[in-house]
Design a protein around this ligand. Structure first.
Ligand SMILES: [Cu+2]
Length: 300
């Protein structure tokens, strides 16, 4: 009997602890704070911690909309409950014969329109911000392939290219055991052999395309999501504000290994970027004989 009581008490205290943890996390804004490197966390509720002002704007807009739609939903619910109570057959045996009320009808048309206009202004501003590329410091090209990404650093930024493939469990373990990478730098299904590296605080123009089927380049912490389409060059941009390692994934079902083509971008200081460029120029294939030259031949 005592054992049974202990078990019940144990379960009860576990429930209490879970409820307290949930309340505490609701007060701090989420079940788990987003990891500093933009990597998803177990039971994460919020969007990833922004690493660009563009993503900060998206998070701000998302949170604002959440407040607005919650307020509208509560208002409609209160109206419904009030109407059910106030105009029930018992409380209101003789119903009104009123069919129109011009003032009310104008109000319930105009007010939602005004709300939508207020929502549209920041919405269009954020969309425009994503599509209009400011003068950039460096240009990168990334090509989606079945099932990995190829990065190209054009001549002004190095003149080399490399493939970035997901690490399997054995490769991750080897890297961690040999001390070449920390475990959090090569998370399962996100760690890659060759990370793209960009300098912090610089505007990066990102050209996105695909070589075989449609892929999609998505990196939540930067607020990036853009289609990678064969034969078409899409462009977007980002300016990472914080150093760190950021992960993304292909987000367009592109074949059997769609889930295994992660994206990893490391944001470093200008000095480390210069050092990485110098090292990579020796390490990776030169772009001189790259197939992108074909475009120039066609254009002649
Ligand atoms: Cu893909």
């Amino acid at each position: 009997m005592r054992g049974c009581n202990n078990r019940v008490q144990g379960r009860w205290s576990a429930i209490k602890a879970a409820v307290l943890a949930m309340l505490a996390s609701l007060m701090t804004g989420g079940l788990a704070q987003a990891a500093p490197n933009g990597q998803p966390q177990p039971r994460q509720m919020n969007l990833p911690e922004p690493a660009t002002t563009k993503m900060a704007d998206i998070v701000w807009f998302h949170n604002g909309l959440l407040v607005l739609i919650t307020a509208i939903s509560i208002f409609v619910l209160v109206l419904l409950v009030y109407a059910c109570w106030r105009f029930s057959a018992k409380r209101n045996p003789v119903p009104s014969k009123l069919t129109h009320h011009t003032g009310l009808e104008v109000a319930w048309t105009i007010i939602p329109v005004l709300i939508l206009v207020v929502v549209a202004i920041p919405s269009f501003r954020i969309l425009r911000d994503q599509l209009v590329i400011p003068p950039s410091d460096i240009t990168l090209k990334v090509t989606g392939k079945q099932w990995y990404w190829s990065w190209e650093y054009p001549k002004d930024g190095g003149g080399f290219g490399f493939d970035s493939l997901m690490l399997d469990d054995k490769q991750r373990l080897e890297l961690v055991n040999s001390g070449k990478a920390k475990a959090e730098e090569v998370p399962r299904l996100l760690g890659v052999d060759n990370e793209a590296v960009v300098p912090v605080g610089k505007i990066v123009r990102l050209q996105v395309t695909a070589a075989d089927v449609i892929h999609k380049f998505a990196l939540p912490a930067f607020g990036l999501k853009i289609d990678a389409i064969p034969g078409r060059l899409n462009e977007t941009w980002f300016k990472a504000e914080k150093e760190g390692l950021y992960f993304g994934q292909c987000s367009f079902i592109c074949g059997q290994n769609h889930a295994y083509m992660p994206i990893a971008i490391r944001v470093v200081s200008a000095e480390r970027y210069a050092a990485w460029l110098a090292e990579s120029q020796k390490k990776f294939a030169r772009l001189d004989a790259a197939p992108t030259k074909v475009a120039a031949v066609i254009g002649q």
